[in-house]
Write a protein that binds this ligand. Structure first.
Ligand SMILES: [Zn+2]
Length: 138
């Protein structure tokens, strides 16, 4: 299935976890060059989050799949432009990928097994997606 295509990144971590989350949301890009995207419109975004790590939690999870849902739940059925997370970054597909990456990466720092976020892929429609990655801290 097209939505389950994951660009893979070489790494040496023992575990890799991929979680897809559907996000129904509206957005617009107020920039003068944005064309039709200046008008508010909606998508069912598919957000694919890839986490890696070497150690599991006491529960046997790298990260509980349900916890990963919580990272983006706040945006479901909303206007993305209304969220403070997008005050300085338009909620373009690129902006969503970057913002979700940082929400996830910050939350992972609190976990005792120290999982890392390898990438966040945001698919806006069947033909368009964006990936955001940063160099992994060791
Ligand atoms: Zn759009």
């Amino acid at each position: 299935m097209l939505f389950q295509y994951y660009p893979s990144v070489p790494h040496s971590y023992k575990f890799e976890l991929n979680k897809d989350i559907e996000l129904a949301a509206a957005h617009f890009n107020p920039h003068e060059s944005a064309g039709a995207s200046r008008n508010m419109h909606g998508h069912t975004f598919i957000i694919s989050i890839t986490l890696v790590g070497n150690e599991l939690q006491d529960s046997g999870f790298l990260v509980n799949f349900g916890v990963i849902n919580e990272f983006v739940q706040r945006f479901d059925f909303s206007v993305l432009n209304d969220h403070p997370e997008f005050a300085e970054q338009f909620p373009t597909t690129e902006g969503i990928a970057k913002t979700v990456y940082h929400l996830v990466a910050d939350a992972l720092k609190e976990m005792p097994n120290k999982p890392k976020c390898l990438q966040v892929l945001v698919r806006e429609n069947p033909s368009s997606y964006v990936i955001y990655r940063e160099a992994l801290e060791t």
